[in-house]
Design a binder for this molecule. Structure first.
Ligand SMILES: Cc1ncc(C[n+]2csc(CCOP(=O)(O)OP(=O)(O)O)c2C)c(N)n1
Length: 587
């Protein structure tokens, strides 16, 4: 059956629901991820008139929102998801909070009960705008169908502009059905991002010129400015650290790169921060996982903080020079008249730190992750779930480009990895989308294997690091709770992951020792189609370096303590006290 073309929809047949699709199509939205239900049915009916928009039916709304996030993180364009009222809408909540924390431009469309039923506890009614107010950049209830295009256009603009984030548009069912008498709107131009004031750039330059131990820190907010940041760092010969969210914003192959900072950061990055005399940060928010104990973060440094969002500057870390600007503008301005550092002592010190914090080479999760990430091509997208495997991947993968590393940083959402990798794979069918997940997190959204099959998505390569535990929680119980393993064992009830994949017609491979691994990876990656590789690793591995919660970055434990020693954790106990003290100090 041929469908009428969207642009040719006669205006007299227009409804609120059709106006929604016409507006999305006009904004270049080619794909939305969603799940239908009663209160969004008019929108799904109208979709049949708009074949230029592809709808991807996931198996859970959480899958839809994370897939939309994956799409957005990989492309930098808006991700769109859609759900019905009540449980459909509330199933989006985790993904919206995730997108808010990681600044993902996202548009969520929800249906709601008809206007006259709102506030009556009607069937499947939920106050989704109330629920999501603190976890969206903005949200709307559309009460007038004629306003729908304007609201959707504004929602897209807000989601994408400035510091990106999720915006939710809730549309009552009768508004979807109502005749549309308004005007369809064209996409609005992006507002200009703020450029830094020249005197501020001069002051930053002065501070840099006086540095003897300078460090550049790059966060997720600079992913869109990778080229400018790289030019800036190279022009000044600045040792460069990329946060978990900033990985890829500076090429890992550059000798200036020191790795990632923070709780599982590199020895070089954490010590460099601790000894720096000038620290210039771009597009980062000094998350507690990055700073460790805040009062001892970069204790000797004059801090220059470049950020688009004035609210971030000075929020956590004492800032000597605030620079309110987008990263690209500021980096460009600071590259002019750069004077390359020539600091042999600092360089030698950094080189020595770089040799420390080696991962174990024996059979285990680190070896498995190392061998998988060693196969990454520069264009491949690597997505992780949350836990030990995520930190290992962040430590071991080497990114040359921005937007190739997708992970849930701020919220730390288990269940994110696989659907996000799926969304990214649909955005870029020509590249491999590699997903590394734990046996715990994978099971939170494993139902999306059906989505792979339904749409014959051929470029998703899932690797499950199966340690039979909620590994990261087990590691904390080992270190900080005297090995009392409370509710973290999964090994007695995990499914056979290969059978699970097979049930969805996805091919699988398993490696159980280092001898198997190389050939299993070969078969998995060379298979023409999506596939699942399960790597069964020993149970009780840890991720190091590690800065215990509440400790300073320079107090990091560089390598895994010997397992043979009788277990006691006195010094870590002290560090736990530090957490309590710090919490008190903050109150
Ligand atoms: C939705 C959600 N629930 C709980 C947690 C707490 N949490 C963080 S890491 C982790 C363990 C993850 O285990 P697994 O997926 O097997 O990965 P591993 O750490 O073993 O690599 C848990 C439970 C979380 N981050 N997200």
């Amino acid at each position: 059956m041929t469908q009428p073309d969207a642009q040719q929809q006669p205006m007299q047949d227009m409804t609120g629901a059709k106006a929604l699709w016409a507006t999305l199509a006009a904004h270049g939205v080619s794909t939305v991820f969603g799940y239908p239900g009663g209160a969004i049915m008019p929108v799904y009916d109208a979709l049949t008139f708009y074949p230029e928009v592809r709808h991807v039916l996931t198996r859970h709304e959480q899958g839809a929102v994370h897939a939309a996030e994956g799409w957005a993180k990989a492309t930098g364009e808006i991700g769109v998801c859609i759900a019905t009222s009540g449980p459909g809408a509330t199933n989006l909540v985790t993904g919206l909070a995730d997108a808010m924390m990681d600044n993902v431009p996202l548009l969520a469309i929800t249906g709601n009960v008809a206007r006259h039923l709102m506030g009556t506890d009607a069937f499947q009614e939920a106050d989704i705008t109330g629920i999501t107010l603190p976890i969206t950049k903005h949200n709307y209830v559309v009460t007038d169908p004629d306003e729908l295009p304007m609201i959707v256009a504004e929602a897209i603009r807000i989601a994408r502009s400035g510091r990106p984030g999720p915006v939710l548009v809730d549309i009552p069912k009768d508004v979807q059905l109502a005749a549309f008498g308004g005007e369809l709107v064209r996409p609005q131009a992006h507002p200009e991002t703020p450029a830094p004031r020249p005197e501020v750039i001069r002051a930053a330059r002065e501070l840099l010129l006086g540095a003897k131990k300078p460090v550049l820190m790059v966060g997720g907010g600079a992913q869109g400015a990778a080229r400018e940041i790289t030019e800036f760092a190279r022009a000044w010969q600045l040792p460069t650290i990329t946060t978990l969210m900033g990985l890829g914003a500076f090429p890992a192959s550059d000798p200036l790169w020191l790795g990632m900072p923070g709780m599982h950061g590199s020895v070089a990055a954490n010590h460099a921060i601790s000894q720096a005399d000038v620290l210039i940060g771009f597009g980062l928010r000094f998350d507690d996982r990055v700073t460790g104990r805040v009062k001892d973060f970069a204790p000797q440094a004059q801090v220059i903080h470049v950020d688009l969002d004035a609210a971030e500057i000075g929020k956590i870390v004492r800032t000597h020079l605030p620079v309110r600007s987008d990263a690209a503008h500021a980096a460009r301005a600071l590259t002019e008249d750069a004077v390359p550092f020539d600091l042999p002592e600092w360089r030698a010190q950094l080189a020595e730190w770089r040799t420390r914090g080696e991962h174990p080479t024996t059979w285990g999760a680190a070896q498995a992750v190392r061998q998988v990430v060693a196969r990454l091509r520069p264009d491949d997208i690597l997505t992780t779930d949350v836990g030990q495997h995520q930190m290992l991947a962040a430590q071991l993968a080497r990114f040359e480009k921005p937007r190739r590393w997708l992970t849930s940083g701020g919220l730390g959402t288990m269940g994110f990895g696989f659907p996000a990798g799926l969304g990214a794979a649909m955005a870029e069918p020509g590249v491999r989308s590699i997903v590394i997940a734990g046996d715990g997190g994978f099971q939170m959204t494993a139902q999306e294997l059906a989505t792979l099959t339904k749409y014959d998505i051929r470029n998703v390569k899932i690797c499950i690091i199966n340690n039979s535990y909620l590994g990261m929680v087990r590691q904390w119980q080992e270190l900080f709770h005297e090995k009392r393993y409370s509710e973290v064992y999964l090994g007695d009830s995990n499914p056979d992951f290969l059978k699970l994949a097979d049930a969805y017609n996805i091919k699988g491979w398993r490696a159980e020792n280092s001898g198997d691994l190389e050939s299993a990876i070969d078969a998995w990656l060379s298979h023409d189609g999506s596939g699942l590789l399960e790597v069964v690793v020993p149970n009780e591995h840890g991720v190091f370096p590690m800065v215990p919660a509440g400790a300073a970055l320079y107090e990091m434990i560089e390598t895994e303590p010997l397992k043979t020693a009788p277990h006691k954790a006195p010094d870590l106990g002290e560090k736990m006290n530090v957490v309590a003290e710090e919490q008190e100090a903050r109150q």
